[in-house]
Design a binder for this molecule. Structure first.
Ligand SMILES: *[C@@H]1O[C@H](CO)[C@@H](O)[C@H](O)[C@H]1NC(C)=O
Length: 316
């Protein structure tokens, strides 16, 4: 009886050792996701998933796609990290993308630097402070002065300094509070000069956007300052990198009249007739000019006065 029990233990020991050895050998296998990619291409949702996999496992497989340079001006505020997290995780779904994040500050902040490192994106972290005379004062309505101008121009400067005229790509100015469908990025990827599409919830309308006839932009649906040369929002167009590189002086005008910032760049680059309508001849909304409500922190201020404010070591 005792002998039998010993045999059972022996067999048990051998079997579990073999299993453990097998498991150890599996760890450290190189990541090969090509079979996963093929299996994943069946449905649309899964396609998005496969894009993420490809980005993680095979960063060099994207080389042939033109790069989308997403330029985002950002400034410190209580909900900055929330906005940047949301945007960065949308951008993660887009292959061959380079995020140029430009802080309105005298130095690059640790908060943004850490967020970028952890994002898993290709990125460039820049900063430039808006001159105090151009800045909004406490209580000013946010439309009083154009915002993010110096930051977008800094990104243009970086592109011109670091990219060659032969590089293919497209530049998109994406504020950190808008809402982006992943599909808007594929619409812009093969922009020849300037591509355009409508933007939802902007200009006091359900949407603003180009009017298209026979595949050509013939006018614009807008109700505000309709005499603007290019009466659409920053989120409604993308510019080819080579066009920007071949016009090295062109940038946003910090002194542009309200509503004319987009025009101040575009009028030096294209004519209305040359605009390339996307998103099914500008009939689909793939980006929304959403706004985040300013968080109310009254109770926080009250507790701070009592020395009992929320733990500052906890990043929000
Ligand atoms: C846009 O309109 C043109 C001309 O009417 C047409 O040939 C083309 O197929 C349309 N494109 C899309 C994506 O709907």
């Amino acid at each position: 009886m005792r002998l039998k029990l010993r045999n059972i233990f022996l067999v048990y020991f051998v079997v579990s050792s073999v299993c453990l050895l097998y498991a150890l050998l599996q760890i450290g296998q190189p990541c090969d996701c090509t079979h996963q990619l093929r299996a994943d291409s069946s449905s649309h949702e899964r396609h998005q998933h496969s894009v993420v996999l490809r980005r993680r496992c095979n960063p060099h497989g994207e080389d042939r796609l033109p790069v989308i340079y997403v330029v985002t001006p950002t400034h410190a505020r209580p909900h900055q990290r929330a906005e940047l997290t949301r945007l960065s995780q949308t951008l993660l779904l887009v292959p061959s993308l380079h995020w140029i994040l430009v802080e309105d500050s005298t130095t690059r902040s640790q908060l943004v630097a850490d967020l970028l490192v952890q994002s898993g994106l290709h990125y460039t972290h820049l900063n430039v402070q808006t001159p105090p005379v151009m800045k909004l004062k406490e209580g000013d309505p946010n439309w009083l002065k154009p915002r993010g101008v110096e930051q977008r121009n800094e990104a243009l400067r970086w592109l011109r300094e670091n990219k060659l005229s032969g590089d293919t790509g497209v530049v998109y100015f994406a504020d950190d509070d808008n809402t982006y469908s992943v599909h808007v990025f594929e619409e812009m990827r093969y922009t020849k000069k300037v591509s355009v599409w409508p933007v939802g919830l902007v200009g006091g309308l359900r949407f603003e956007g180009p009017l298209v006839e026979k595949g050509q932009v013939v006018g614009f649906h807008t109700a505000w300052k309709t005499h603007r040369p290019f009466p659409f929002d920053m989120a409604g167009f993308a510019v080819s990198l080579s066009l920007l590189l071949s016009h090295p002086q062109v940038q946003f005008d910090p002194n542009a009249e309200r509503g004319f910032l987009e025009s101040s760049l575009l009028e030096h680059l294209v004519s209305v007739g040359e605009l390339e309508p996307r998103a099914s001849n500008c009939t689909k909304i793939l980006v929304w000019h959403t706004r985040t409500e300013k968080p109310k922190l009254k109770q926080e201020e009250m507790l701070e006065k009592q020395g009992r404010g929320s733990d500052l070591n906890v990043l929000v």
